[in-house]
Design a protein. Structure first.
Lengths: 136, 244
């Protein structure tokens, strides 16, 4: 299955973005738009397979444009340790910066607050984007 | 696009619909401007009789909201002192002071929601059949067959949140009802009203076509239920805005 994002649209009806690995131009465009939508406060709901095999929607907290991955909160109690969160951030830094940071970090450093995060490749999941809401 | 409908037939159908729809040109123009500006969710259509209420951070929100509103509001001749809702009378009680300083009181609003119904009918000019059809197709991929059938036949369907246990009755052009099961009955917690980007004041219509609003409610409930409650207006079931 090719990953896709359905954007709820006022004038055009729903528009669709595709993360087709065979269509690089469309994939780059989709990555840019998804990143921009998150910056503008859109809610991006991603269909994620749960540990028990069922599928559920979760809101994406961030998006990695270079690897086309959604960052979501990890609700799996077995897999989600705070260490996962730290490793993911190191992954984004250059090698030197990561080494300096690791050296400076003491073993007593408190783990970051909130749930650990995990990355979901956008190529394999579908998502729906909802713009900021005006209430009602 | 439906797989068994040839592309040319669908294009002909859309062209025919656009010829019959007086607002199709404006809708298409706004769609193009939105694509150029990078407004990924489009630009809501201003209407002359039904003012828009737009999410404040949306680009040019104030300018768009000014369209269709009176530039100079009429002098009311009195100032409002207080207002509250009377559950017994199902109306708001208003207290005001006239120019001479004398206090007056009265009831405001109707006990029925006929006005909201008519305003919603007026807002329907903003939506297109093509857009609604796309939204219905998308909804069909998000819900079970029974729910989809219920939606097509009654304009509503129900889904239980596995996290909170709350049942949600999603309704076309009405706020979503949050229901809690108690013994053999369902208790209405409140009606949740929410529209992405914009809505038409005094109506149940949003900037998006009706089924897109339903999808937005459904997805926010599934993906981030606390955010859905935070962002929605929570109308008590006895208020006319709840649509009951």
């Amino acid at each position: 299955m090719t990953g896709s994002v359905g954007i709820l649209n006022v004038g055009a009806g729903d528009t669709k973005l595709s993360f087709d690995p065979n269509n690089l131009a469309e994939r780059i465009r989709a990555c840019r738009i998804v990143r921009d939508m998150l910056r503008r406060g859109y809610a991006l709901l991603v269909e994620v397979t749960q540990p028990d095999g069922t599928k559920a929607y979760q809101r994406a907290l961030d998006f990695r444009e270079d690897t086309a991955e959604y960052i979501i909160a990890d609700f799996d109690p077995g897999a989600g340790e705070p260490q996962t969160f730290i490793n993911e951030h190191e992954h984004e830094e250059t090698g030197e910066a990561a080494t300096d940071r690791a050296a400076a970090a003491s073993p007593k450093t408190k783990p970051p607050r909130g749930r650990p995060r995990k990355a979901i490749p956008a190529e394999g999941v579908r998502a729906v984007a909802v713009a900021r809401t005006a209430g009602g | 696009m439906l797989s068994h409908v040839p592309q040319a037939v669908e294009a002909y159908g859309i062209a025919l619909l656009n010829r019959l729809d007086g607002m199709a040109g404006l809708r298409e123009g706004l769609r193009r401007i939105a694509a150029d500006r990078g407004d990924w969710a489009g630009i809501p259509m201003p209407m002359s009789d039904t003012p828009l209420v737009i999410e404040p951070s949306y680009p040019k929100a104030a300018e768009l909201m000014a369209i269709g509103r009176n530039a100079e509001p009429e002098e009311p001749g009195w100032t409002k002192v207080n207002e509250w809702y009377s559950r017994r009378r199902r109306q708001s009680v208003l207290i005001g002071r006239d120019l001479a300083g004398k206090l007056h009181w009265g009831y405001s609003g109707a006990v029925h929601h006929g006005g909201l119904e008519l305003a919603t009918l007026g807002a329907s000019d903003a939506w297109g059949i093509e857009q609604e059809a796309r939204a219905v197709r998308l909804l069909g991929t998000l819900v079970r067959h029974r729910q989809f059938k219920q939606y097509l036949l009654t304009g509503m369907f129900i889904e239980r949140s596995p996290r909170s246990g709350v049942h949600y009755l999603f309704r076309k052009l009405r706020p979503t009802l949050a229901l809690r099961e108690s013994r053999d009955d369902m208790r209405i917690l409140c009606a949740l009203c929410l529209h992405p980007i914009a809505y038409y004041a005094g109506s149940w219509g949003g900037g998006m076509c009706p089924t897109d609003d339903v999808i937005a409610h459904l997805m926010l409930m599934r993906g981030d239920e606390p955010m859905f409650w935070r962002r929605a207006n929570q109308h008590p079931p006895y208020r006319s805005e709840a649509g009951l």
